[in-house]
Structure formats: structure tokens, C-alpha cells
Design a binder for this molecule. Structure first.
Ligand code: PEP
Ligand code: MN
Length: 337
């Protein structure tokens, strides 16, 4: 980190600042230019608050050289992290398809979908029990009962499942959940992230609707700083000025996240597009861009779905899509399943 001092900063203030920084454990390199005086901080600057430095009268600018995320940073962990969920691996060349309905609606529905997607080769089941809905009048999910139905589907099919947590108070209910999803709207619920950091359980962290990749990685950092290193990042489309799709899938986020971080990156084409027919092309594009997995919504009767029917594939539509996903993943040298 480089601190640029004001041109006529009083010497005693500069000395005090240097003493404070040394006290915090940093080695200091000073440099005097024609008009500019710089202080270089050597050490782990991830905990330094830039704004606190900027509040100092003697300081003109602060430039970060090192990214503020450390645990998630590929620089300190060059190898891909591989996350193993009951034998289903994400990352390091391993590729997974997570599939199922947006919401768990009934025993019949979840068992039918679980059977269908499992048969087509999806490695994990998805289904929301606690749902973040834009309208308070929309279906809010089955809650704890929905979790029970996911457990039933897991027992019947052997598929581990992914389901969304909305609030830290739900953690006791999620004790045996295979992957806990943090939805886009909760990406910066820092109290929730801190509590999930105390668990030793995989977390699928979705990118917020209008968050940068650095912000996504800082949210991953909240979980990892607590000691939970099993974080899977998820690109699910961001808000742009475009209205013909529900969101805009940020394809460039995939190679960029893979460069910035060692964590696996999964793509959700269903929420990105919001349209059934677009799930396949976006899935294939995501694989080509380097994704480590996909999360795809499938419903036996999308027209009757209690949430996200317009983007849900039927099991019959999922079959050929899955076939092309398999071929594309193989073409790009990914190990599926
Ligand atoms: C979901 O996965 O059903 C969901 C609500 O996703 P997101 O948080 O990405 O909107
Ligand atoms: Mn959904």
C-alpha cells in the first residue's frame, strides 16, 4: 500500500503517522520526489482501513497495491480449490450440474424432479425452502417443511442438495444441508456471512444484483476469515439497462474470477436469462468461459410453478440440454460428475 502525503504536510504529523504505522507492524519505505512524498507500507495491509488513513490531515491519497481479499486470492493460493460434496467435486477440472425447482412445492413435485434430473446426470439437487421474493404477497416457500422434503428426496435418490438460507436464525435447521446457498440479495448480509464462516460446510455464494467482483470476493472473505474455506462463487446475472432478459449474464466474470481467485465458479443461467430457451446457450457459453458448474431450474409443470416458471425447463427439455452440456464440458476437458 502506498500513502501519498500532502505537499506541505507538517513534519510532526508525518512522523506521528509513520510511528503509528510501524506500531501496527508495517515496515516503512519512504520516498521523496520533486513535489511528492510517499510512504510505502510493507506487510499484510488487508486489515488497513483506507478511509482512516484518508482522514489524516497529512495524507493526500492512498493506493492499494495488494487486493483487500487474502484468503480468496489466487496470489496466495495458486492451485484451484476443489470442493468435494459427498463425492461431487467442484473446481480443478471437475464440473457439476446442480438442478431442481426454484421452490420446493410438494413431496410429489420434488421427488419427481429429483428423479428426473438425477437420471439425466445432474450431480446435485436444488430447491428453495426459504424464498427471497420481491413481493410479500408471492409464495414465500415451505420453510422447514421444504427442508424435510429435500431430505426425503436425498434419501430416495442419493443426491446431495443445495438450498438457500435467508437468515442466521435458520442455521440450526441447516445442519445437514449439503451446500448452503446465500442468495444474491444476501451477498452483503455480513452478519449472516460471519456466522456461516463459523460452519465447516460448503457455501454457494451468489453475486449480488449490482455488485462488483471485488465485492463478491470480499463477501467470500467474510466466510473464509471465520475458517470456512469451502466457498463456491456463483455468477447469476447482474442488473443492466437491458430489459429483454431478466438480468445480464456477465460472462467475463467467469475468467476474471478464476484469475482473481482459486475458488470454484458456478453459473446460474436460469436467473440470468429468466427465459427457458436461453438456458442452453448461456450454459454452453459459461462452460466455454471456464465455469466449474451450472445451477439450472427444472420444474415438472413450469406453467403451475409457484416461482420462476418462465425460466424453468421441463424434465423433457432438460434432457437434450444436459446432453449438450455433457458434450461441451468434455470438449473443454472437464470431468463431469
Ligand atoms: C434462487 O436460486 O432461486 C434465487 C432466488 O436466486 P438469486 O438469489 O440468484 O436471485
Ligand atoms: Mn428461482
Amino acid at each position: 500500500m502506498i500513502v501519498i502525503l500532502k505537499e506541505h504536510a507538517p513534519e510532526e504529523k508525518v512522523n506521528l503517522l509513520i510511528a503509528q504505522l510501524k506500531e501496527q507492524g508495517f515496515a516503512i519505505h519512504e520516498s521523496q520526489g520533486l513535489h511528492t512524498r510517499l510512504i510505502g507500507l510493507v506487510g499484510d495491509t488487508s486489515k488497513v482501513d483506507e478511509n482512516a488513513l484518508l482522514a489524516n490531515d497529512a495524507v493526500d491519497q492512498v493506493k492499494r497495491i495488494q487486493e483487500p481479499y487474502k484468503n480468496a486470492n489466487r496470489k496466495f493460493h495458486p492451485q484451484d480449490t476443489v470442493i468435494d460434496v459427498c463425492g461431487r467435486k467442484f473446481g480443478g477440472g471437475h464440473f457439476q450440474v446442480i438442478s431442481g425447482p426454484c421452490s420446493v412445492e410438494s413431496e410429489e413435485q420434488i421427488l419427481e424432479v429429483a428423479d428426473a434430473v438425477g437420471e439425466e446426470g445432474a450431480g446435485l439437487l436444488r430447491g428453495g425452502a426459504f424464498k427471497p421474493r420481491t413481493s410479500p404477497y408471492s409464495f414465500q416457500g415451505m420453510g422447514a417443511e421444504g427442508l424435510e422434503l429435500l431430505r426425503l428426496a436425498r434419501a430416495k435418490t442419493g443426491m446431495p442438495f443445495v438450498t438457500e438460507i435467508m437468515d442466521a436464525s435458520e442455521i440450526p435447521l441447516f445442519e445437514d444441508v449439503d451446500i448452503i446457498q446465500v442468495g444474491a440479495r444476501n451477498m452483503q448480509n455480513f452478519e449472516l456471512l460471519k456466522k456461516l464462516g463459523q460452519l465447516r460446510r460448503p457455501i454457494l455464494l451468489k453475486r449480488g444484483l449490482a455488485n462488483t467482483l471485488e465485492e463478491l470476493l470480499m463477501s467470500a472473505e467474510y466466510i473464509m476469515a471465520g475458517g470456512n474455506e469451502q466457498v463456491i462463487l456463483c455468477e447469476r446475472g447482474i442488473r443492466t439497462f437491458e430489459t429483454s432478459t431478466r438480468n445480464t449474464l456477465d460472462i467475463s466474470a467467469i475468467p476474471m474470477l478464476k484469475k482473481m481467485s482459486h475458488l470454484p465458479v458456478v453459473v446460474d443461467p436460469s436467473h440470468a436469462a429468466g427465459i427457458t430457451w436461453m438456458v442452453e446457450p448461456l450454459s454452453l457459453a459459461a462452460i466455454a468461459a471456464g465455469a466449474d458448474g451450472l445451477i439450472i431450474e427444472v420444474h415438472p409443470h413450469p406453467e403451475k410453478a409457484l416461482s420462476d416458471g418462465a425460466q424453468s425447463l421441463t424434465p423433457a427439455q432438460f434432457r437434450p440440454v444436459m446432453e449438450r452440456i455433457r458434450k461441451t464440458a468434455e470438449f473443454f476437458g472437464k470431468k463431469l460428475g
